[in-house]
Design a protein around this ligand. Structure first.
Ligand SMILES: C[S@@+](CC[C@H](N)C(=O)[O-])C[C@H]1O[C@@H](n2cnc3c(N)ncnc32)[C@H](O)[C@@H]1O
Length: 266
């Protein structure tokens, strides 16, 4: 399946900032708690974006690890390299398209992770087999992604605002099913950990900003809702009105992130 998707650094950063400002739990701490990385590890982060998980590993391990981040988006990689220079962090950021053979040797990584990215793969079993190939025997894979109940409020408000059926999202519609099964088919042991983080909004603005960043980032997935910039602005006005009604009715807007972490052993 070809996924029409293009992340932008500003949309991604907007959502990351809203998670940390309005949520009470820290997903990076949860991830580290599930993985428990140890010093000296050789780690690969696939779909690393601007390097969020790479920097978490680096800081957690006090820099005592070999870390490689790979992504197909050159702007994201450039951003990651700038941050690495600022932090004086030795992390290797490489061009890596996870729809193709990874430019990496087999059996070398103690850990390969792929956070909020695996569901954009055109052929999930292939991408998982590439991660499996580069992990050493006994090494582990960690993935994170949205569970089916993720961000219920977001979809409810969009449904209410537009009266339309939400298109299947590549993440939540198949992360806990197809992607889990593909991991299970190749790895010896798979565990699931669930992270829930309610984002509490007392005004509509941050909810609308989150929605704007999500819809604009995934605009091709939402093309039955809007095609032009004007359609987009019109939909955003309807969403703002629906969110305002909800807020008046319920006194607050609570959007809960429900994330699954799968950890598997080769
Ligand atoms: C939602 S972002 C997550 C980035 C990062 N892991 C984080 O959590 O901040 C999804 C990432 O997947 C990357 N991606 C999408 N298609 C890809 C591909 N074919 N190969 C490698 N990375 C890809 C995007 O460029 C983007 O950086």
């Amino acid at each position: 399946m070809k996924i029409e998707y293009q992340e932008t650094t500003s949309d991604l950063q907007t959502r990351i900032n809203i998670h940390s400002q309005f949520g009470s739990r820290n997903i990076d701490e949860w991830m580290l708690d599930v993985i428990r990385p140890i010093k000296g590890m050789n780690i690969l982060d696939v779909g690393c974006g601007a390097g969020k998980q790479c920097f978490s590993y680096y800081e957690h391990l006090g820099g005592d690890a070999r870390i490689t981040g790979g992504d197909v988006n050159k702007d994201m990689l450039a951003e990651a390299r700038i941050t690495a220079r600022k932090k004086k962090a030795e992390i290797n950021f490489v061009d890596l398209d996870f729809n193709q053979h990874f430019p990496l040797e087999a059996d070398q990584f103690d850990l390969a992770s792929c956070c909020f990215a695996i569901y954009y793969a055109e052929n999930i079993p292939y991408t998982i087999s590439e991660m499996h190939r580069v992990i050493r025997p006994g090494g582990r894979l960690f993935t994170s992604g949205p569970m089916p109940t993720n961000k219920q409020l977001f979809y409810d408000v969009i449904r209410e605002a537009t009266g339309k059926t939400i298109p299947p999202m590549p993440g939540s519609s198949r992360y806990s099913t197809d992607i889990y099964s593909a991991i299970q088919a190749l790895f010896s042991k798979v565990e699931t950990h669930v992270f829930e983080n309610p984002l509490n909004f007392e005004s509509v603005e941050p909810f609308v900003a989150y929605t704007r960043a999500s819809l604009s980032e995934d605009r091709k997935l939402w093309n039955s809702f809007f095609q032009t910039k004007d359609d987009f602005e019109q939909i955003m006005e309807q969403i703002q009105a629906a969110a305002t009604r909800r807020l008046a009715m319920d006194g607050k807007l609570v959007m809960t992130k429900v994330v699954g972490g799968f950890i598997a052993t080769k």
